[in-house]
Structure formats: structure tokens, C-alpha cells
Design a protein around this ligand. Sequence first.
Ligand SMILES: Cc1ncc(COP(=O)(O)O)c(C=O)c1O
Length: 634
Amino acid sequence: MNDETLQRIQHEYGVENWAAGYFDVNARGHVIARPAAGDARFVDLKELVDDLVQKRKVQTPLILRFPQILTSQIRKLSQAYTQCIEEYGYKGRHFPVFPMKVNPRREVVEEFLRDSARCRVGLECGSKAELYAGLALDQTAESLLICNGFKDEAFIRLAGLGAQAGKQVVVVVEKLNELKMVLRQHQQTGVAPWIGLRAKLYSRGSGKWASSGGEASKFGLTTSEMLQCVRLLKEAKLDGHLKLLHSHIGSQITDIKRVKNAMKEAARVYAKLRQIGANIEYLDIGGGLGVDYDGSKTRTESSMNYTVQEFANDVVYVIRSVCDEEHVPHPHLVTESGRMMTAYHSVCVTSIRDEIETFADDEPEVTVDADDPQVISELKALCDGVNGKNYVEYYHDALEHKDELHTQFNLGLISLEDRAKGEVLFWETCSRALRESESEKFPDEEFERLKQILAAKYLCNFSLFRSAPDSWAIRQLFPIVPLHRLDEPLDDFATFVDVTCDSDGKIDHFVDIKDERETLSLPKWKEGEPYYLGIFLVGAYQDVMGSFHNLFGLPNEAHVVIDEAGQYHITKLVNGSRLSEMLQFARYDQNQLVEAFRKKLLAQAETGRITAEDAARLAGEYDRAANATTYLEG
Ligand SMILES: Cc1ncc(COP(=O)(O)O)c(C=O)c1O
């Protein structure tokens, strides 16, 4: 590929901006993935998908997981803190903790814990189920198990079990009542885990999750509640168990200023608690470290205006400054940056299956006869006459004529054939007007909108609600790139719809360096040829927030590592859901369904509409159909 083509691809998809060195486009016009930024080894994603689809018969939709990217991200985070801790002469150490809510998949959690010996990775859990799993997973002696979220007696008992099993369990008190439960359990069993206090900070984050911080936030103790906790712990002679102060001002903080303000406040609360005798050793700053989904490096909601190193520098510098001023020891720093740790490691691969036409380019040319209704001959005149000077006016006129066409049809004045002719002429006029508008540097907004309407709508084999739900729920941007054919002209523009029966199941907003785009340019889809698209950076929250809308199930999954010689290996293949699993999820008993259907067939046989043999054969076919995958096959 020449430089011009590469520049065009970079301009259209911005891969260099958002890929953090993990993804790129090679000379064949294929997207590649690397195990670490700057690593010479790579896997060609088109070759990988061909291998999966053709040789191993694993169909799209397909989640590709790269465990090595998880390791690279935790190392990047750990190195960022280690570097500034050294540079600023900070006395505490960094304890990265992975919040399981971001991606509770066993393989993801275990991958982080594998690196625990090197950088003390711990876990954060926010529910009994997460804690239950966390308790049995292998952690190193120093690694923390932080319990956030609202707790009941059973949660506290589980935490107590962990403490007895030698784990460094920290119950972070969100409500005063939780501390009372811990104290009661201690009285009954003599067991108490470490205690943390979650402070309700006055500071707020920025972006979508700003309301996680601030005085009115859902979580945390007020100042007077924190003081009460310190008093209650002293009275119970458990003040030695108070080890940690926690705060979290929201996920995906877009503006670094907010981080600095929150750190000043959290450090001050820590210092004041130390000064009244609470010997807290760990300051947990929660999550918030953003991911630059659109690569714009700005304060927009799918981006952030800082780097990982800048975030770490500011955290360490601000906390050190406050502690030195207050003459208290530098606490160990606990971070819960799950989004940053996981977002890059997985890619959802879907394939284009069909095109949903608004206006087909290959409509035959309309001929207008003398006896055609006037509205049609006028539309024809607009269509033939549109040019670079009049296209705005002609477009407006065509809109009026289209309304007129439908009014006349509803009144029974024109035929179905007339309506068809009129519609073709209208869309052809729009298409020509749009072409003229594209030679303008700043086309009117209405032509942006027209572009979206006229864009190809490609039907893709996946469920947005399962694989990228935040695109729908909060309009988060995820980079989308064809995995191949990028050396070809980007001669089409499109939006994408999924296979659910839900009109919200569509992607019509795309990353752009300046703003959002409403269509994506790409090489034109050719019927009958495989065409794969990657939805990138879906490793954080999407797996767990995804739903089984329409009973579309889990996609197939492939885990891929690249060895020292640069050869890729598919280390694990996980089959996607079958109909039977989704039916069970919706509480149907498959045996009962088969039985009920068999009875219906037998009733037909009794009436003589089908034979008894046919009834038996069809019942068997119904039974076997439950083994099909939930997505489009073939
Ligand atoms: C207490 C707590 N810690 C950590 C996180 C994860 O934050 P992030 O999305 O920045 O990884 C969250 C998520 O909101 C949270 O509530």
C-alpha cells in the first residue's frame, strides 16, 4: 500500500489514535493485533478469522480475546506508578486491584492474578457472587481482596471466611450498618477482616459517570459517619483493623483537573484521620482512569485529556504534597482501574450478511410518459436538472413533491406503479443533490442527515445488546474497522444494523478525531464474499452488561496468544450459546417443549393431514433444531 492509501485509512478510522499500539493496518490492507505496544510480533486478524471460520468452522459473531494485552495493560499501569513513585520519592507502594464488575470472566481475572507476584495485583468485588469467586482464586500474600458495594450478613460472613483462610480481605464500609454487622460477627466468632471506610467526597468526576462522586452520590460515608466508625472501632478494640480509606468519583473521568481535586480531598481526609489516631495504611483511589475510545485526547465522553502516566503522576504528586504538609506517612496507593486494564483485550468480529436498501443504486431508469401524473413529471424534471448551483433548492422541492406523491396515493388518485416511479425519482434526486453537496467544504447539516439516510445499512451478524450494549445504552463510541480490503477504495458509506428485531439495534455513530461521524466509509460489500468488521475496545463492561435480548446468546469465543517466534496459537475455543441454553435461560423445559410439539403433530396425523411417520420425523427435526446457534448460520 502506498503512503497516500495509508493516510486515507488513518484519516477514516484513526487506528493510530485509539489503538494504544495494539492494533494497526498492514501492507495487505488487513488489521493486525500485537501482544504489546512496540512489539514486532503480530497476528493478521483476517488470517486468524479465516482460520477460525474456514478450518475450525467457528462462525461469526466471534469474540477474539488477547490475554497478552491484559498483561501488557497491567504492566503499563504498574510501571506508570512505579516510575512516579520513584521520581517523587514517594514512600508508599502501588497496589493495583482489578474490579471484577468490569469483566468477571474467569480467564480475565486469572490472567491478572498470574501477574500478581510481579505487581501485587489484587481483586475488588462488589457482590457476594464476585466475592465467592475471589475467595477461591490464588492471590499472593500481599495481594488485597477489597469488598465494596452494599453488604448483608452473608456478605460479611463470606469476608470473614476469607480472613480465616489467610486472605487480605478488606471490607469497605459503605453504610454505618455494615460496620455494626462486622462488629457483631467479631463478637460471635472472634473473626474480623480488615476494615476500610468509603468516603463520600465533595469532589465530582467528569463525563458520563460524574454523579458517582459528589455529596449526593449513592455511595460512601459522610464525615460524621466516618468519625463514628473510628469511635466504634476503638470501643471494640478493633482500631488496628482499620487499614484503608476508599473513594471513587466515577468511571471514565474525562478531565484530569477533576482527578487532582479529588486526590487533594481524599489525601486530606486520610491525613486528618491519621491525626486523630486512625492508623490507615492504604489509600484506595477507586477507578476512573479513562480509555481513549475515539482517540481524540479530549474531554469528550468517549475520550480523556490525559495519559496513563499523567494520571499516575498527578495522583502521586498531589497525595505526597498533602501528606508532607500534614506530616503524616505516605499511604500505599490502591487503584481500581478496571476499564483501562481490560478494554483493549477483546474484539467483537461480525460479518456483513446483507444490505437493507433505502434506495438501490441499480434501479432501472424511470421513463415518464405523457399521461403520467404531474407530480411525477415534476419530480423527473427536478431529478434531471439538479446541479452544483441549485442542489439545495431542488432537494427542498423534491421533499415537497414526495409529500405530495404520498398524499395523492393515500387519496387513491395515483396507482402503485406511479408511487414506485415517484419514489425512485425522489431518491435519485436526493442522491444527486448529496453528490453535489460533497464538493462543498462545509455542507449544510441537512445533507449530513441525508447522507446518513442514503448510507448503505449493512445487516451484521451480531447483537448490539449482547456484544456492545454501551453503544446503545449510553451512545458510547467503539472504533469499528473492516478487518480486510483496506487497500481498496473506500467507495461506500454505511451504518450497521444487528440481527435483533429491535430498531435500536444499530450503530450509526463512529469515531472521528474532531467529532462523531454518522456514517463509516468502507469498501463496498459484495454479495457472496466474506466481509468481516471488528468492533474494538469492547473488553471492559460489555461482556457483563450485555443482555440476551431476543434470546440471542453468547457469541463464539477464541483466545489467542502469539509465541516468541511470532506464531499465533488459539489457546481456547468456547462455543457460543445454542437455542437449548437460551430456552433454559428463559425457563423453558426443552423436554416439555418437544413433548408438546410432538402432541401437536400427532393431532395433525389423527386428522389425516400428515402421516404418523411424518409426525415422528418432524418431531425429531424440532428436537434437533435446539442444537443450532442463536445467530445466523452458514
Ligand atoms: C468502586 C469502584 N471501583 C472501581 C470501578 C471501576 O472503575 P473504572 O471503570 O474506571 O475501571 C468502579 C466502577 O464504576 C467502582 O464503582
